[in-house]
Design a protein around this ligand. Structure first.
Ligand code: KG4
Ligand code: ZN
Length: 339
């Protein structure tokens, strides 16, 4: 089964072709980062318009690159969660193409895409596994027993980890998107000069809270700004990143302990963070567990993960009716009832 996958939930236009026999045949990504940078964040209306401009040419190119013109068996597109206007572009183009081609279509949950992304790698994890989903919109710990068998164990009660990275980067004047820039700056920071809290680690449970860290960073920065300390920015970035990573690692250890699982999948944009990977490698070694990541380019949003998840869903017999749905808010666990 050969599936065309389309991702347009936020600020990346991603298109890919996945074949259940031959694997990933082609994928292309167009990032809108430069478009939104001057506004300091994603402008939804501009995102939708840019998806409209880029999506069809990208589909044409991916079909050519994978020699798949006339050889597609189904079309998958991100149904949600995400920006409604952006989702509508992918859903309407994807659903219409499938209709025109006389093929089945399937709407994919963006987070299911992220957490299945390591399945595209050479050594894919077997079920069941624990998944840490750390993106710009979500921070969740999920027990994954199979496709569509998800148990939410914990999540952020306020900002997502990536969102906290982006907001803290912004208030340190690092521009947009801030996560990778802040991580880079943190490398130059002096360890231990500042220490920020590890939120919600003192009490039981697997939920996270990251909005206080941003405030801790802001307060420290404002106090030091007047003294024009050039090293301070990097030291704050270091303290912030260390606090986020420690917190994620503590909760992962707790979740592994609680579930007894020995496989940990880490996905979403923040899983690209090298220090997080080091911390989780250390943790898993001590726990006798194995950690799985998507390749770096598939940690952030992409079409390949949507093509893969769509293929799994179509193989299970799932299909969209002729009308299409775009679901901006969509808890992952709702997928369980659609089995
Ligand atoms: O999964 P993703 O591409 O989009 C969402 O679905 O949200 O994740 C993007 C998020 C952004 O918040 C970005 O700042 C963060 O991932 N990110 C990072 C790094 N690379 C991307 N955060 C920390 N360190 C990184 N190296
Ligand atoms: Zn994402």
């Amino acid at each position: 089964m050969r599936i065309l996958g389309i991702e347009t939930s936020c600020d990346e236009t991603g298109v890919a072709v996945y074949d259940s026999q031959q694997g990933l045949l082609a994928h292309l990504l167009y990032s809108q980062v430069a478009l939104h940078a001057e506004y300091g964040g994603v402008v939804p209306e501009l995102a939708s318009r840019d998806h409209l401009r880029k999506l069809t040419p990208l589909i044409q190119q991916v079909l050519t690159n994978s020699s798949s013109h006339g050889h597609i068996d189904g079309v998958a597109y991100t149904q949600g969660p995400g920006l409604i206007g952006a989702l509508l572009v992918g859903a309407s183009v994807g659903r219409s193409l499938a209709w025109g081609w006389g093929l089945p279509a399937v709407g994919v949950h963006h987070l299911e895409g992220h957490l299945l992304a390591p399945m595209l790698e050479e050594n894919p994890p077997a079920f069941p596994f624990l998944a840490l989903l750390v993106s710009g919109g979500h921070t969740q710990l999920i027990q994954v027993d199979g496709i569509g068998q998800y148990t939410l164990l914990g999540e952020s009660v306020d900002d997502a980890a990536g969102e906290a990275f982006d907001k803290t980067a912004k208030l340190l004047g690092l521009g947009y998107p801030g996560g990778p820039a802040l991580a880079q700056l943190a490398e130059k920071g002096e360890p231990g000069r500042f220490v920020f809290p590890r939120p919600m680690t003192q009490r039981p449970g697997l939920n996270f809270s990251f909005s206080g860290l941003k405030t801790a960073a802001l307060n420290t920065w404002q106090k030091l700004e007047q003294q024009s300390d050039p090293q301070a920015q990097a030291d704050i970035a270091h303290a912030f990143q260390t606090a986020v990573i420690d917190t994620l690692a503590i909760k992962c250890r707790r979740a592994l302990q609680q579930t007894g699982l020995k496989r940990l999948v880490v996905a979403g944009g923040v899983s690209a963070n090298q220090r997080l990977r080091e911390a989780l490698a250390e943790l898993s070694e001590g726990w006798g567990a194995q950690v799985y990541y998507p390749r770096l380019e598939f940690c952030t949003d992409n079409g390949a993960m949507i093509a893969y998840a769509g293929c799994m869903r179509l193989q299970q017999g799932q299909q969209e009716p002729l009308a299409f749905r775009a679901t901006p808010r969509w808890p992952l666990e709702e997928l369980n009832s659609s089995q």
